[in-house]
Write a protein that binds this ligand. Structure first.
Ligand code: SF4
Length: 353
């Protein structure tokens, strides 16, 4: 797949765009006035592989958390700001790594210009986040309903406004909850601009259905070479957003991180509770950065074949299991109830080797 070349910007220490890897982003869901819980969730996200964390800053007062988080955890923090431009000014003054503004909710050109001047002064990168549900009134006058073209037009207008102040460390997003509208907007924008793009499907839904919807929308765009950072928006634990994002990148061959589980759907031949084993295993191996193909298979029909092809694989039989490593059997006759832990031990060994 050929990636569209965008200009490079840097958020904290993370390069975005250019020829760099696609960056995984998520958003904190804790109350920003609760420092302890917010720090804990930031750490969980970082541990899961998140590379940029966005935080909602609903009031000027909530900016107090910025210096605290920056001191406690080493991950770039992006302030999410709506309605009140003064929050953006304050966040930049306090050293936030980047801000995300929606010109539609600020809805005031001179105030957005003030943000642009402050961004230039403090060298703060800015994401111009267009959202179909909150388009600026100026553009909406022209269109009968908010649509992809309206989002693109609005984005280009504000890009120009920032360029006119001399600040070009910008990233753009154009989100709609409808996949086709989102894809259409990103494609239109990418044709005429080389600013890096943050890609996601907004308000995608609960964990299961939202991950599928996001995988389709984000996957279509990435497959066309569009997208420099991604976020899978889910109603649920944000760690799932990070896991889902890496699944999308991995399945498209764009980034390899963590354990890739190859497991069979099971059928009447399977004599173990494979679904439970795989589910537990997936939860327990989330912390691994290393990429490994791990097969866990239900019976001798496809089990040995898949287990042999993987980096490491477990093939269950009628009474016991066999463990393969790099195509060779390294243990056989493993009691079924011990198989998952033995597999994990071997993976630890491989990761530490
Ligand atoms: S590997 Fe065996 S248990 Fe799994 S789906 Fe195939 S035949 Fe069924």
């Amino acid at each position: 797949m050929k990636r569209k070349k965008t200009r490079k910007i840097t958020v904290g220490s993370v390069p975005i765009g250019g020829a760099g890897p696609i960056i995984v982003q998520s958003m904190l869901k804790t109350d920003p006035e609760n420092f302890r819980e917010t720090l804990e969730q930031t750490r969980q996200l970082k541990k899961a592989g998140c590379e940029l964390v966005r935080i909602a800053l609903p009031h000027e007062d909530t900016c107090k958390i910025i210096p605290f988080l920056k001191k406690e955890v080493d991950i770039p923090i992006i302030g999410d700001i709506h309605f009140n431009h003064k929050i953006a000014l304050k966040a930049m003054e306090l050293g936030i790594d980047a801000i995300r503004i929606n010109p539609g909710t600020i809805n005031n050109i001179p105030r957005v210009r003030q943000i642009a001047h402050m961004a230039l002064e403090t060298k703060t990168p800015v994401r111009l986040g267009m959202n179909i549900g909150s388009m600026e009134k100026r553009v909406l006058k022209k269109y009968t309903r908010p649509n992809a073209q309206a989002m693109v037009e609005s984005a280009l207008y504000y890009v120009k406004l920032f360029e006119d102040t001399g600040w070009t460390q910008l990233k753009v997003s154009l989100k709609a909850s409808d996949i086709r509208e989102t894809v259409d907007a990103y494609k239109k924008f990418a044709k005429i601009s080389d600013y890096p793009l943050h890609v996601g499907i907004t308000e995608a839904g609960p964990v299961f259905s939202g991950a599928i919807k996001s995988a389709i929308g984000i996957g279509i765009l990435l497959n066309e070479g569009i997208g420099d950072t991604i976020r899978v928006s889910l109603t649920g634990d944000p760690v799932y957003e990070v896991i889902a994002a890496y699944h999308i990148l991995r399945d498209l061959g764009l980034r390899k991180r963590g354990i890739n589980i190859i497991s069979c759907p099971t059928c009447g031949r399977c004599k173990v509770k494979l679904a439970g084993i795989v589910e537990e295993f997936e939860k327990e191996i989330n912390q691994f950065d290393h990429y490994l193909d791990v097969a866990i298979m239900g019976c001798e029909v496809n089990g040995p074949g898949e287990a042999k092809e993987a980096d490491i694989g477990l093939a269950f039989g009628a009474n016991s299991a066999m463990l393969f490593k790099k195509g060779t059997v390294i243990k056989s006759g493993i009691p079924r109830e011990m198989a998952k832990n033995i597999l994990k031990e071997e993976i630890f060994n491989m990761v530490n080797e």
